[in-house]
Write a protein that binds this ligand. Structure first.
Ligand code: TXA
Ligand code: MG
Length: 308
């Protein structure tokens, strides 16, 4: 159900949860001030409680009430990449409810690059926003996706399809450096060229996961996804690129052009959702695309969705 920014602000102040467009994916928002509303997000999404949430702000000043000291390079990164699809995880717990941080002594912050989201946060103050999908399933990149997951009466601001269609990249402060917690809409190459060092990935096998979201199933439709070199017989449909010829007697859905990673990222969750909507139970996805920039984030999402 479409609502205005004004109505969304009123609902959020009353402790409700609403859908909000961002440039990455749609978010499910609650006020950082309202612990019951935040708990309701976990309930609505069926999200494990040990998976923390990102705090969304609309101005850098809003962050100072939540931190004592900012890590090295924080302000430079924020100035360069905000508003934009970069989430910064820093050591702090000041004024941040435990359920937001999942009990960690760190918190994640991001300033979305979407006019409506920024306007809303100006009215409400900081909002927590996980992606607006049921936990483990493909994220939402348009209003219809949010309504599909949470019902047609669920209040959502309509901000048109998300520009990137892939979640923010997460950087985690580690001593004097930053590490990648999640690949996303800003490429590692772009961050490395800015930071001028090779950025490590937070290890997945760590016993004490610093990026808790890593351990959960992600982005997966109901249909089984195959990504090997050949197309298994059981696949009823293929997702591929328009320049390629797939020698099969099955329908093909297209990411778009192999020269357009932004377009492919943008179509990704829509395609995964379309597979389920059309009742397909097995799909083969062509992973024969470059291993650079945004393509890496797209490949990572597809491998996770296929449970690899
Ligand atoms: O693009 C995005 O980031 C979207 C839009 C709505 O802003 N939001 C999003 O939220 O993707 P969500 O909840 O689907 O993913 C947040 C990720 C999770 O993997 C979580 O584990 C990680 O951020 N995260 C949050 N707080 C963290 C923390 N303190 N330390 C490490 N990872 C954290
Ligand atoms: Mg998510």
């Amino acid at each position: 159900m479409k609502i205005s920014i004004q109505e969304a602000a009123e609902r959020l102040k009353k402790g409700e949860v609403v859908g909000v467009p961002t440039e990455t994916v749609y978010g499910l928002a609650a006020s950082l001030e309202n612990v019951d509303a935040i708990k309701n997000i976990f309930y609505l999404k069926k999200r494990p409680q040990d998976n923390p949430l990102i705090i969304h702000i609309s101005s850098i000043e809003q962050i100072y009430q939540y931190v004592e000291t900012l890590p090295n390079g924080f302000e430079e990164l924020a100035t360069r990449f905000w508003p934009g699809p970069l989430t910064l995880v820093i050591p702090t717990s000041k004024n941040i409810p435990n359920c937001v941080r999942a009990g960690l002594d760190t918190a994640a912050f991001r300033m979305p690059n979407h006019e409506m989201a920024l306007k809303l946060i100006d009215l409400t103050g900081p909002l927590v926003m996980p992606s607006a999908n049921l936990s483990g399933t493909p994220s939402s990149t348009k209003l219809e996706h949010v309504e599909n997951d949470f019902g047609s009466d669920f209040p959502v601001i309509d901000g048109s399809p998300s520009m990137h269609g892939i979640e923010s990249t997460i950087l985690i402060a580690k001593g004097d450096k930053w590490e990648i917690g999640r690949l996303g809409a800003i490429s590692v190459e772009e961050l490395e060229s800015y930071l001028k060092y090779k950025i490590n990935f937070i290890s997945k096998s760590s016993n004490n996961p610093i990026c808790p979201g890593q351990k959960y199933r992600h982005y997966a439709p109901k249909a089984k996804i195959f990504t090997g070199k050949t197309i298994p017989e059981e696949c009823q449909v293929v997702i591929g690129f328009k320049e390629k010829v797939y020698e099969i007697d099955k329908p093909v859905l297209y990411f778009g052009s192999i020269d357009d990673p932004m377009g492919a990222g943008n179509r990704l969750y829509d395609l995964l959702r379309e597979i389920d909507q059309n009742g397909f139970s097995a799909v083969w996805v062509d992973l024969d695309f470059p291993d650079v920039d945004l393509w890496k984030s797209i490949r990572e999402r597809l491998l996770k969705a296929s449970n690899q």
